[in-house]
Design a binder for this molecule. Sequence first.
Ligand SMILES: *Cc1c(COP(=O)(O)O)cnc(C)c1O
Length: 404
Amino acid sequence: MSDRTTALIQHAYQAPAGFAAPQPGVFKASTVFFPNVAAMRQFEWKDKTAYTYGLHGTPTTYTLEERLCALEGGSQCLLVPSGLAAIATVALALLRTGDEVLIPDNAYGPSKALAEAELAHWGISHRFYDPMNPADLVANIRPHTRLVWLEAAGSVTLEFPDLCEQVRICKAAGVWTALDNTWGAGLAFNPFDLSPAASPALAVDISIHALTKYPSGGGDVLMGSIITRDVGLHMRLKLCHMRIGLGVGANDAELVLRGLPSLALRYQAHDVATRGLAHWALQRPEFAQVLHPALPDSVGHKNWLALCKGAIGSAAGLFSVMFRSDFSQAQIDAFCDALKLFRIGYSWGGPMSLVMPYELASMRQSWPTYLKSGTLVRFSIGLESVPDLQADLEQALQVLARVD
Ligand SMILES: *Cc1c(COP(=O)(O)O)cnc(C)c1O
């Protein structure tokens, strides 16, 4: 090897400073250089005044964190490799043996599985509460309850709780509140200022977000965020996050940074299309119930209206239908298989419309009184043309009659 190969690694050329372009730069590193040993001993990553190691932050991750804080109205943000990792990090950072966590019975399923299968091993107990009955939340808070998860709306059954009342109850009891704000995306309502009349602001303690959904918008990134307004709480989360070694790749952070400028426009487009299709579904005889918080008969519609105000851009791209109970599972499976534009798949927030049948009975502690019996199918509406999506649903419904 000639010494020219050293120049491929250590080259004297320095590109001129001052490059400016719409998209922020993408910085990739494990190692970060220190100018000298004294600086190495002094550099502090915890308050983002310097860089020490790729896992502890780069200009790319700091930039994404700050933009997400602006979106959600928080002041500190941590990035993790998935939405579920955000939920798990909150639990690991805040819960100790003997503590209890409360989870709404309509919660994102893997959040329940985390409590049932992992937290239980650490001596951390859990209870599921009825998200639509504040009295049930009150009854479930016990002396060792430390943390209450909140979700608005539920991501499968789309009922919208009285979030303000839930936060007030938790504050009065002195327990932390953590909101899974994936549905609201930081756009439908402000999790750190839930009631404009309240002073001081009525706020959740923590808002987590599956950036995998709307902020990415492409269906090609997995990432999560944990946002707070309380520096002490943030530091507790941050130290746990650092000690267990969570971080995100610069390419993924870049994709989310690229998605953010169009986030609000995409969210509005998903909202308009979804409301249109939910109204169409109301007219169809095959469905016993259509679940979407903007429908006047939906569960918690008044709560949604009070918090989100109802304008376009205040509801996400999800709605579910409860097929009449006289349809068999085979008929409903055939309906899902017959869809051409809607693909069968988990997740949401991307450009492509998705469908998923759910076995609700196995997901809930009890079947809620507000849900009719039947089989639930959830639609995640993408950015395709609405008449095309409606035609696809109509042709697939015709299959129901042919299968028994
Ligand atoms: C998708 C989702 C998550 C988890 O996000 P991942 O990035 O897929 O782990 C958490 N909460 C809700 C409500 C979700 O829809």
